[in-house]
Design a protein around this ligand. Structure first.
Ligand code: NAD
Ligand code: UFG
Length: 337
């Protein structure tokens, strides 16, 4: 059975559907600090099955031990953690506690219970400000904020664990920019308060919850001056986790793998794509650059293809259509829709 930490969250909820479709049995472990139990109910409706869920915190060794005592876990997909870059600058200790300490406690519990396979949610943020694009996995690693540093530290910790005992199987999946939603329109990204990320902000503007999108910077050295990113459909991302689990037994080194499409789109291009998909206007205005942002970031995803047989299949139009379906059916996310 697969233990899915953070399985109620945005990427986790899509991944458990993919696990179910692939025939994996799983248990979700989540403290719901950034998610809703409603997401689990909705996944249950999609897969037409009850989901095993334990409410608990990965920093709580006792709570984790009870999961290992109750279920025969043989691998872990580790999503649980905090992800807001700005908040991490204000509250670095919270981020190191949840992300780094949480992972240490989790790995210790795994080790004590003889479970040595882990797929970890890393991020393209570990490449810092890359000298060139597309980005391959051998690019130098760096971080510019506590969130990014927590991901780098966790990657290092997992590498050290492997060095100490090379019967561990470790896959570091470096996500680019996850967007979109399940085609049912019943689950999706549900940020608290004002969204930090582009897609949920665009979607909330299109649905009328926000007045105007601020485009952070119009003078980057990019096609139209706005920032360029590699947006990847969350359903493709979910599939990457299943493919990683399918292959994990065969790996005899720590695997760092980019999950991106290989295509870069600017903020303005994403606005236009969303307008096409939704039929709604997305008013925007130029605003100053956001501190810490880089001009361009997109993956070379060829390693994922070679190693996992994984490629992203869904383009930006589908990402926007699916985001819009979720947003327009659930203008207030899970809580009040
Ligand atoms: P999310 O916040 O929707 O999901 C994270 C889940 O973990 C939530 O359900 C939350 O309640 C749970 N959680 C947090 N701390 C916990 C703890 N201490 N114990 C138990 N559960 C806890 O975020 P997401 O977008 O689904 O991201 C999942 C993972 O992917 C995170 O590790 C994130 O850093 C990483 N990631 C996300 C992105 C992105 O843009 N969404 C990009 C790169 C990497
Ligand atoms: N942007 C705007 N206006 C907004 C929000 C974003 O113009 O209101 C721009 C940004 O400047 C950037 C692009 O849209 O050019 C994407 O910004 P996001 O905040 O959506 O995403 P980032 O690339 O900054 O970062 C995201 C996650 C990080 C993760 C990284 C790589 O927030 O946690 O992708 O995976 F590390």
């Amino acid at each position: 059975m697969v233990l899915v930490t953070g399985g109620a969250g945005y990427i986790g909820s899509h991944t458990i559907i993919a696990l179910d479709e692939a025939g994996y049995d799983f248990v979700v472990f989540d403290n719901f600090c950034n998610s809703s139990k409603e997401s689990i109910t909705r996944v249950e409706n999609i897969i037409d099955k009850k989901i095993k869920v334990i409410e608990g915190d990965i920093r709580d060794a006792k709570a984790l031990q009870s999961v290992f005592d109750t279920y025969k876990i043989d691998s872990v997909i580790h999503f649980a953690g905090l992800k807001a870059v700005g908040e991490s600058v204000e509250k670095p200790l919270k981020y190191y506690d949840y992300n780094v300490n949480g992972t240490v406690v989790l790995c210790d519990a795994m080790s004590k219970n003889g479970v040595k396979k882990i797929v970890f949610s890393s991020s393209a943020t570990v490449y810092g400000d890359p000298a060139t694009t597309p980005i391959t996995e051998d690019f130098p690693l760096s971080a510019t904020n506590p969130y990014g540093r927590s991901k780098l530290m966790i990657e290092e910790i997992l590498r050290d664990i492997y060095v100490s005992d090379n019967s561990w199987k470790v896959v570091l999946l470096r996500y680019f920019n996850p967007v979109g939603a399940h085609e049912s329109g019943t689950i999706g990204e549900d940020p608290n308060g004002i969204p930090n990320n582009l897609m949920p902000f665009i979607a909330q503007t299109a649905v009328g919850k926000r007045d105007v999108l601020s485009v952070f910077g119009d003078d980057y050295d990019t096609k139209d001056g706005s920032g360029v990113r590699d947006y990847i459909h969350v359903v493709d991302l979910a599939d990457g986790h299943v493919k990683a689990l399918n292959k994990i037994d065969g790996f005899d080194e720590v695997m760092s793998i980019n999950l991106g499409t290989g295509n870069g789109y600017s903020v303005i291009e994403m606005v236009k794509a969303f307008e096409r998909a939704s039929g709604k206007k997305v008013p925007y205005k130029t605003a100053p650059r956001r501190s810490g942002d880089i001009a361009t970031c997109f993956a070379d995803p060829s390693y994922a293809k070679d190693i996992l047989g994984w490629v992203a299949t869904k383009g930006v139009d589908q990402m926007c259509e699916d985001s819009w379906r979720w947003q327009s059916n659930n203008p207030n996310g899970y809580a009040k829709s």
